[in-house]
Design a protein around this ligand. Structure first.
Ligand SMILES: Nc1ncnc2c1ncn2[C@@H]1O[C@H](COP(=O)(O)OP(=O)(O)OP(=O)(O)O)[C@@H](O)[C@H]1O
Ligand SMILES: Cc1ncc(C[n+]2csc(CCOP(=O)(O)O)c2C)c(N)n1
Ligand SMILES: [Mg+2]
Length: 343
């Protein structure tokens, strides 16, 4: 049997079954970051994520600066998903021998700019050659902190909680498609630029995550960032929380450029929003009485809209998609799986 028969998430479960945690309060595998209690006031957050040429980016479609920025941004997004503050980064580079120094300088300029923007210090890393393989890989480990008792885990959602997202969904996947499909002539330059920008240089919701973690315990009940796609990431949240969920299709926030490009490319925008991935928006659950307070704070302090897209259901209800005419259907996780590429 090869690993593609298992898929990414079954493989993680198999490799990590039975691994011990050190302290009683630690959360090891299964959330966006490990949450580690070193005994001081704040808890330590640790995460790693990589960008692989040909899998996450190409040098033809992303500038070196954007590749560097995104490599850090996707890690910042995992710290944001816990409500944490990013602190230190270690950058491991796997370099094909003929890579141009200018390209690498550009990647590092993007990395440094993103680090500065989010007050993160690059404190180390590693360089190795890729040998015969020609793909550039940037693998970053990011450490952060979160005040004791304030981390927001994937596991706290309860029946009746509202399911919310920041910003809008599907833009990154649509931006990627405009690179892949020849029929892009029909798309307005302004829309093209907006969607491609969200794909090549996503903005991690660090300030929004910190704001959400500053509410009283129990107001925001669970959170993760949308990297693989709403359907898969909501499935992860529900698995960790032991619940089901109903997503109201008509409420999923779609940007205007996304609607325009979907029309031009004759693609259902909701497919990108549900399954596309790389949105790096926050998906979180909250208790109904907190909705107005949280929505107002996100808008006033971060300029970021909150949209309620559904409600947490009992485990037995599974995950469902509700259409505006009342029809419901099961919501299957069709989002990104590295071991089962489909797109
Ligand atoms: N090889 C591995 N060994 C141990 N733990 C792993 C391994 N790969 C992933 N994990 C853990 O499994 C969980 C899910 O990993 P995954 O990479 O899907 O995180 P994510 O936050 O959902 O996605 P992303 O990294 O795209 O933001 C995380 O807690 C991660 O630390
Ligand atoms: C050239 C190219 N082809 C396809 C994609 C789409 N893609 C790659 S990885 C991923 C999920 C998130 O990754 P991870 O789980 O590693 O964080 C998605 C949606 C892309 N970005 N570039
Ligand atoms: Mg994540």
């Amino acid at each position: 049997m090869d690993i593609s028969a298992l898929g990414e998430f079954e493989l993680i479960a198999r490799l990590t079954a039975g691994l011990a945690t050190r302290a009683a309060g630690d959360v090891g595998i299964g959330d966006d970051c490990a949450l580690l209690d070193l005994g001081s006031g704040d808890l330590l957050l640790a995460t790693c994520d990589c960008q692989v040429e040909g899998v996450h980016f190409t040098l033809q479609t992303s500038s070196p600066e954007h590749i560097g920025r995104k490599a850090l941004a996707i890690n910042l997004s995992d710290i944001a998903a816990m409500g944490g503050t990013p602190r230190y980064a270690l950058v491991s580079l796997l370099l094909p021998p003929h890579l141009s120094v200018d390209v690498l300088d550009g990647i590092y300029a993007g990395l440094r700019a993103e680090a500065q923007r989010f007050d993160t210090t690059i404190v180390g890393g590693n360089i190795a050659g890729t040998g015969a393989a020609q793909q550039l890989v940037i693998d970053i480990t990011l450490l952060g902190t979160v005040a004791r008792g304030h981390a927001i885990l994937r596991s706290g959602a309860r029946v009746g909680d509202l399911i919310c997202v920041t910003g809008s969904l599907g833009d990154s996947a649509a931006g990627l498609q405009t690179f892949l499909r020849p029929a892009t002539d029909a798309v307005l330059p302004h829309d093209l630029q907006a969607l491609r920008g969200r794909h090549t240089a996503p903005l991690p919701r660090v300030h929004e995550g910190q704001l959400l973690a500053s509410f009283k315990a129990g107001q925001i009940t669970a959170m993760l960032d949308i990297s693989d796609g709403l359907s898969g990431d909501l499935t992860h949240l529900c698995e960790r929380s032991g619940c089901g969920a109903r997503v109201d299709l008509a409420t999923i926030p779609l940007s205007t450029p996304l609607s325009h490009v979907a029309q031009a490319l004759q693609h259902d925008p909701l497919d990108w929003a549900l399954h596309g991935g790389e949105d790096y928006e926050l998906l979180f659950t909250l208790q109904l009485p907190s909705l107005d307070e949280v929505r107002t704070a996100l808008q006033e302090q971060c300029g970021t809209p909150l949209t309620v897209i559904g409600e947490i259901q009992p485990l037995s209800a599974g995950l469902t998609l509700a259409h505006s005419n009342g029809h419901t259907e099961p919501l299957h996780a069709h989002s990104w799986d590295h071991l089962k590429p489909k797109k």
